[in-house]
Every structure is written in C-alpha cells, then in structure tokens.
Ligand binder design. Structure first.
Ligand code: PXG
Length: 295
C-alpha cells in the first residue's frame, strides 16, 4: 500500500519523510494549537466548526495563522482527497513555527501548518460502545480557566497525560478530571454527560472543559429527541450515583461508562438514554449536511 501523504506548509510529503524542525516551538514548548477531525463516508464531519475552533484557539494564544479560514478548509479537503480515505481521522496542527532556543514567540517568523490523515478505530476501542469503559477520578485536576485552560485546544496535553497515566496504573480505561473547585470537568480527551431521571447534564465551559464539537452535536440531538439538557456544575457524588454516564469526543465518539472508581453506573450498559443518543449520532455522522464533502 502507498504511504499516506502529509501536508506541511502547502506541500505533500510521504509519511516516512514528513518532518518539522527541532527548532519549531511546537516541539520545544508545545506552543501551538490543533484539531482532531473525522471523515465519515467521504464527508469531513463538522469541518467548518473544527476550523473555527482552531482559529479561536490560535487567537487566544496570539498566533496568526498564515491562511484564511476558507483556505484552511480547502487544504484539509485536498489532503483527504490525495489520500483517498473515505473513513479517516485528521490531525490538523498549527505551531508557532521555527524560532531560537528562547521562548519569545516574536522570534518565530512563520507558523507551521501540518495536516495528517490516517485510518483510525475509535480511540477507546471499537467494543467500548457495547461494553462501556471504566474510569477513575484522577488526583490531577484540570488546568483551571485562569491558567492553560482546555478552552484552548493547545499542544500542551501533559495535564491529560498525567491523568491518563494514573488511569493506566489503576487498570482503568480513562480518567475523569475535576476542576480546580472540585466539580466534574471532563475526561482526558472527551467531554462527559450524566443522565438523572431522564435529564442530561454536562459541565459548563467555566469548569475548564474543551467546548467539544461532539458535545455540541449531542446537545442538539437531545433537544431534537425531546430530552432536556442542562449545562451545570456536577459534583463527584452526583457523578457516581447517576443513572447513566457517557463520554463524547471525535476520537472516542460516544462511549458509555460502566464503572467509576469501582462504583457500577446504572443497571445496564449502554443505558436507554445513551443508546438513543448513540443511534441518533450514528445517523447524523453519515448525513452530508453535517460536513464538507471531500470524496
Ligand atoms: N476534551 C478534551 C480535553 C479533548 O482533547 C474533547 C474534549 C472532545 O472534543 P471534540 O471536539 O472532539 O468532541 C477533546 C478532543 C486523541 C484525540 O487522539 C483527542 C481529541 C480528539 C480526537 C482525538 O486522543 N480530543
């Protein structure tokens, strides 16, 4: 099979030779932003929404992307096309670019734009949506909104990686992180919803979460299904005693949670509300109206 082609600053390179400089501040300092996007049946799901979030993340760290938003959308579509993958995962990365060994971003003359397209299974495993996943509540708190908040999808993921390592050491699939106040925030790379008495709840942006694209889709689908959704603070006790819990994310898609810190969640997995939402999401992801056609 031919190697996948990677877009770097307007040119395509075979995967094995696709490289950026060790002086790139994305490598030296994690100074940059990114997006994870999926392609379903040749349609790039919620592409405009992802690119808009990328530009918001860049603005928050004063990074001027050297392309317009529409040029970026075209570059992503072109990268999917040259690779020919109808079902794929896209990693879109914009770094501060090549500079010197000091962290002053003014020394970086031009941001680097990288687009990688690969085939990928749901990151928590293809079976996770049937069996559910196990979580721990991590002792690492989510970076607060007054520090490197996850509102910005930056190249700094150590906060999540520390929680993931704790989950792995405990034999769990992933970790729930609490915000600086002790309220539920999100998982390491996915947002979180609870179901209580048929009503959905999910933590607000002020709880240090990344405003997930999948989270927004789930909120819209729930409204369509006549299921009430609240954006509000959730305590760890509420989380453990919920009827159902599920995670949402581009990588994870929608994954039911079977247990948290050894406490079983609900009667069966997936619970009835989670099941309805997964069914509706499966329809939405193949609807061409929900994305940009590439193939
Ligand atoms: N919170 C965090 C911290 C994330 O990194 C989400 C929530 C879900 O957002 P979306 O917009 O995807 O619904 C993310 C998403 C990976 C991977 O390779 C991570 C994400 C997305 C895709 C792949 O682990 N993060």
């Amino acid at each position: 099979m031919q190697e996948p082609l990677v877009y770097i600053d307007g040119e395509f390179y075979a995967k094995s030779i696709a490289k950026v400089s060790v002086f790139d501040h994305g490598f030296l300092y994690g100074d940059g932003v990114f997006e994870g996007i999926r392609v379903y049946g040749g349609v790039v799901f919620k592409l405009r929404e992802h690119v808009e979030r990328l530009y918001r993340s860049a603005k928050a760290i004063r990074l001027d992307i050297p392309m317009t938003l529409d040029e970026m959308i075209d570059a992503v579509v072109k990268t999917v096309r040259v690779n020919g993958f109808r079902d794929a995962y896209i990693r879109l990365v914009v770094t501060r670019g090549v500079g010197d060994l000091g962290l002053d971003p003014r020394k970086c003359s031009r941001p680097s734009v990288v687009i990688i397209v690969e085939q990928l299974e749901p990151i928590l495993g293809a079976k996770a949506r049937e069996t559910g996943v196990s979580l721990i509540i991590s002792s690492t708190r989510r970076d607060p909104v007054y520090a490197t908040s996850h509102e910005v999808k930056s190249l700094n993921y150590l906060n999540s990686i520390l929680a993931k390592l704790e989950a792995i050491a405990a034999g769990a699939d992933d970790a729930v992180m609490l915000d600086s106040r002790g309220f539920v925030s999100e998982a390491t790379a996915a947002n979180l919803f609870i179901v209580r008495g048929g009503v959905l709840a999910t933590p607000p942006i002020t709880a240090g979460i990344l405003p997930g694209i999948t989270r927004a889709v789930v909120m819209q689908l729930s409204q369509k299904l006549g299921i009430r959704v609240e954006e509000r603070d959730i305590t760890p006790t509420e989380l453990l005693t919920s009827d159902e819990v599920f995670l949402t994310g581009t990588g994870a898609e929608i994954v039911p949670v079977a247990a948290i810190s050894g406490v079983r969640i609900g009667e069966r997995v997936p619970g009835p509300v989670t099941k309805r939402i997964i069914e509706e999401f499966d329809k939405a992801k193949y609807d061409p109206a929900n994305g940009v056609k590439a193939l």
